[in-house]
Design a protein. Structure first.
Length: 115
């Protein structure tokens, strides 16, 4: 996992470091809720709910890193859209790790001294 550099992230928010920190905080708050929604959908066998929650988390993760986390969420979304949750639990576990890694890296980027 390698998120966009802090400079690239700052460029996305017009150089507003406070706004960047706020967006990262919102991601850190919402991502666990979306992961829980994905887990519940898988447990219930609800492919539609899986697709919706995975789509939401994919978009949020892609704002910071179009790589691993967004890719795993896309795979879960595609499963849901195909009407199945088969194989989703393993993908969800991998997604949870990728989201955790992304959150850690984003926190580190936001905690670095400002230039």
């Amino acid at each position: 996992m390698k998120p966009k550099t802090r400079a690239a992230l700052l460029e996305c928010v017009g150089g507003d470091f406070a706004l960047l920190r706020e967006i990262v905080a919102l991601f850190a708050e919402d991502a666990p809720r979306q992961l829980e929604a994905i887990r519940k959908a898988i447990a219930a066998g609800d492919a539609k709910a899986l697709a919706m929650a995975a789509h939401t988390l994919k978009g949020a993760a892609a704002n910071f890193d179009p790589g691993e986390a967004a890719g795993l969420a896309l795979r879960l979304e595609r499963l849901g859209r195909a009407g199945t949750v088969e194989g989703a639990a393993e993908l969800c576990d991998a997604l949870a790790k990728a989201i955790g890694d992304l959150g850690t890296e984003l926190s580190r980027l936001c905690d670095e001294p400002r230039p």
